[in-house]
Design a protein around this ligand. Structure first.
Ligand code: PDD
Length: 286
């Protein structure tokens, strides 16, 4: 596996960062996850826009122009074998003497990018859907920043794994649903797709946007609004989205079947439309 570290490509085994990197010491950095299908980067403009948003959120100057990022990412994809890949792009506030305050003067940020083969969910999982649990959302109030300091998300996701599930759906203030520990969540009721608003309580997912665009184009009714905790007790369907999982049905929540307990009509439709959309985008960029 070839990775990119601070201007150089190298085998992952050779990539090293100093122990005083602020990403290691404070989790002081941000990241992006970008899929590439048939070596075409998916929605790069949108991912780079969110990267800029996260950098602005932590007051870290962007070390590259979008053109430079595009060059680096495409070069990395070329150097790796798989046709479908996903890119993890990490930027930290660099290496400095340990102090919570920003280094003064600023130091070079650390930039690490790696690519892994992208394996989208297998047909069995698409057919069965996944299990999820709910838990209080105990994260901070800037969940719109894609920060590397993911300890709450790590602990929340592990709760799901310990319960034999795939994801934890988060409930803020015992009142409303925000998102999953590593995904966005949609609810379906009476043929209407319900999406939580993109605010500081959730990460504005790139896949979330694709789903709503697809819904608009295909006359699928949707509403963007707060989803009350009580609405989770009787949804027709629950859907999970992320760049690596695309769209999946959640068929069991807190040990209870969701709707019929099988992936529903909205999931089947959106999954098909998502695959069509991907093909379409890839055709246009090739
Ligand atoms: N996670 N919300 C959270 C907390 C996430 O971590 C993710 C994605 C999403 C979905 O965003 P997108 O559609 O842009 O992938 C929502 C990625 C896959 C990760 O951190 O590995």
């Amino acid at each position: 596996m070839t990775v990119y570290l601070n201007g150089q490509f190298m085998p992952i085994e050779e990539a090293r960062i100093p122990v005083l990197d602020r990403g290691f010491i404070f989790g002081d950095g941000i990241y992006e996850v970008i899929p590439a299908y048939s070596r075409h980067v998916f929605r790069l403009t949108e991912h780079l826009r969110r990267l800029q948003y996260s950098l602005d959120g932590i007051r870290l100057p962007n070390p590259h122009s979008n053109q430079e990022w595009t060059g680096i990412i495409n070069d990395l994809i070329k150097r790796n074998e798989a046709e479908d890949q996903y890119i993890y792009l990490h930027i930290t506030r660099g290496v400095a003497k340990r102090d919570h305050a920003f280094p003064n003067p600023l130091v070079q940020p650390t930039i690490f990018i790696m690519s892994s083969p992208l394996v989208t969910p297998p047909v069995e999982l698409l057919a069965s859907g996944v299990r999820a649990i709910t838990a209080p959302d105990n994260r901070w109030l800037r969940c719109d920043i894609k920060a590397t300091s993911l300890l709450p998300n790590v602990l929340l996701r592990q709760m799901a794994i310990d319960a034999g599930c795939s994801e934890t759906i988060l409930i803020r203030d015992n009142e409303f649903m925000t998102e999953g520990a590593a995904s966005n969540i949609f609810l379906v009721k009476n043929d209407v797709l319900l999406a939580p608003p993109k605010d500081h309580f959730m990460l504005p997912g790139i896949t979330y946007d694709v789903i709503l665009e697809i819904a608009t184009t295909n006359n699928i009714r949707y509403e963007i609004r707060r989803i009350g905790k009580e609405e989770l007790s009787s949804p027709d369907e629950l859907l999970l989205t992320s760049s690596t999982k695309e769209v999946l049905a959640i068929t069991t929540l807190d040990n209870q079947p969701v709707g019929s307990g099988k992936p529903g009509a909205m999931f089947t439709r959106l999954h098909k439309l998502y695959q069509d959309y991907k093909q379409d985008v890839m055709r246009k960029t090739s």
